[in-house]
Design a binder for this molecule. Structure first.
Ligand code: ZN
Length: 199
């Protein structure tokens, strides 16, 4: 097997980034080597450090450098509310909208059978255990995409069977809408107008 030269290896490694094909990987590699070697070193150090130090919070499953993240440890948060979102970016959107004071659970994805992502991959057993810890209202804030809706439906069936109050953020968001791309006001309104979907 032919071993890659350092340059070839760099180009191959850059291709792990989303949307980066062979041409743009090559452009990035040349740019870093020709114009920004200190930037390249900083990038490699930051990547290595982040990958080694960032784990998942054992309570909310979001990214955290500690076992339990600061949000989960905060005494200012309302522990009787649990908001389920797909990704850490969605949690950030919710926080920026300043419309919610409760806790979170981050799925780190959505149900997507075609991609082989089922209930096990989403750690839904952990979500159920988390909810059983103490009674709370669960607000489903997955995206309004087909997969996000299917995920919300699956979770609501799962939790309603346990007698847990479940609500879904309102459809103020456009169909196919992703939380990440809506403005804070719309998101805040959607949370405010959430509807009870307990069966
Ligand atoms: Zn946490």
């Amino acid at each position: 097997m032919k071993t890659l030269s350092s340059l070839e290896e760099m180009i191959a490694a850059l291709r792990c980034l989303p949307g980066v094909g062979p041409k743009s990987a090559q452009r990035m590699a040349y740019h870093l080597l020709q114009r920004d070697r200190s930037g390249a070193l900083r990038l490699s150090r930051a990547l290595g450090h982040a990958v080694e130090s960032i784990q998942h919070c054992t309570k909310c499953n979001s990214f955290s450098e500690e076992e339990v993240c600061t949000l989960c440890l905060s005494s200012q948060r309302d522990a009787s509310m649990l908001c389920v979102v797909e990704m850490p970016a969605d949690l950030l959107m919710m926080e920026q909208a300043q419309c919610y004071q409760g806790m979170y659970f981050v799925l780190m994805g959505r149900l997507s059978p075609l991609d082989g992502i089922g209930a096990n991959e989403l750690h839904l057993d952990r979500l159920v255990r988390r909810v059983q810890e103490r009674p709370c209202e669960v607000i489903l804030a997955t995206n309004f995409t087909v997969e996000g809706e299917a995920t919300a439906h699956y979770i609501s069936t799962l939790l309603c069977a346990q007698g847990i109050k479940v609500s879904r953020i309102a459809r103020g968001l456009p169909v196919g809408g992703e939380l990440e791309h809506v403005d804070s006001g719309t998101l805040a309104q959607a949370v405010l107008e959430r509807r009870d979907i307990t069966e």
